[in-house]
Design a protein around this ligand. Sequence first.
Ligand SMILES: Cc1cc2nc3c(=O)[nH]c(=O)nc-3n(C[C@H](O)[C@H](O)[C@H](O)COP(=O)(O)O)c2cc1C
Length: 461
Amino acid sequence: MSETKKRIGFNAFEMNCVVHQSPGLWRHPRDRSRDYCRLGPWLDLARTLERGLFDGIFLADVLGVYDVYGGDARAALATAAQVPVNDPLLLVPAMAAVTRHLGFGVTANLSYEPPYGFARRMSTLDHLTEGRIGWNIVTGYLDSAARAAGRPQQAAHDDRYELAEDYMAVLYKLWEHSWDDDAVVADRARGVFADPDRVRAVRHEGPHFKLDAIHLCEPSPQRTPVLYQAGTSPAGRAFAGRHAECVFVSGPSAAVLRPRVAAVRAAAVAAGRKPDSLKVYALATIVTGATRQEARAKHAEYRSYADIDGALTLLSGWTGVDFSQLDRDATIAHVENDAGRTALENVTRADPSRRWTVREAAEHVALGGAGPVFVGDAVEVADQLEAFAQTTDVDGFNLAFAVRPETMIDVVDIVVPELQRRARYRTTYDEGALRHKLFGEGAKLRAPHAGATYRGPNRQT
Ligand SMILES: Cc1cc2nc3c(=O)[nH]c(=O)nc-3n(C[C@H](O)[C@H](O)[C@H](O)COP(=O)(O)O)c2cc1C
């Protein structure tokens, strides 16, 4: 192949908890997930990822417990399935202080938090990271999160995306419109810090949110954080087409992901954007070693620590289906409910040539979640990554860990150099904000992205 080869980017898929996507692996003798409450291991991880020239660390989050499996939280607590879970945002300034380039994609659920204070927290993080913050826009899939917020259950699936539209309009107005670029004059002689004529109140009267307020922060390097999104249902795709800059997709095979990636790029086109204005990352796990034998032995060893109850706890939460009620050898059938749509599709009708039993789905999910597991030495893994990226048209991978931090150290030391040798991976970071590093067009949102149209004094709010 020639130099037109598309570059592959890596994100580390992380969460401020013990078990993220690999239930049971916390028991592995080399795993350090138990240390998640301490800052030191997070700082070490950030340094490792920057050494490996990762695009970013992506921090997932949930605001409730996985209590669908068995109808209560017992299995989630016993297997540490995403509970206990600490706040992701608070890790960011510390990790930013020990890195210069690594991006931070943090998940925040907009269903349970008014936009005004959230806008300020993200602007603050964009300032403190000098323009390296991204936001994974989620609306949740757990009824437990709704009950924690005093509601009987979560809003209906498509209604959540509609609420998200209104939320985004408020945020764009605060981030892009409230303060002009030159609003801060900091004129010591005149005693004027911000020019009041260049700062304006946002007046928003939407179906869900009303607001009359000036954004509390001066413009940050990117203004709007880099926008990530992960829903691939029809409503999710339409939302991504309008708002997302990076999209996370997950599915067990290239065959399943290929049409999803095409559909999400088509949604961007429908929103007046170019198909490659989206960076799409596929969830995947890499198990590698110095030799093929070592990699396979590691994989078998990791598998022996997988916890099927923990996997079914996660799968039940993602899909809204209580898998404790089903025989483990029963084939999974598709149902529509108000949890996420895609997780159930993955193990039902996404690939007509494949039927999944409960046990098979659990065993698949138990190592790195819903994505594929690439096993092998550097050459084998790089071959698989290249082939997968080629078939699916993704821009990179969102890498889950099996053993923490071993998985990411292996990727950085073994796989990254091989991809670099193939001219498939960056060899240095570009200077500038996260958005610039990803798209090469500056720090701020650009037209025709909907958010960019809010910038400047003339926009009516
Ligand atoms: C890789 C990936 C990461 C995700 N991370 C989170 C998360 O951290 N928190 C969350 O509430 N939802 C998360 N989701 C769920 C999505 O936001 C969305 O609810 C889900 O994909 C279902 O959307 P859909 O029904 O439109 O397909 C994630 C999804 C994927 C594929």
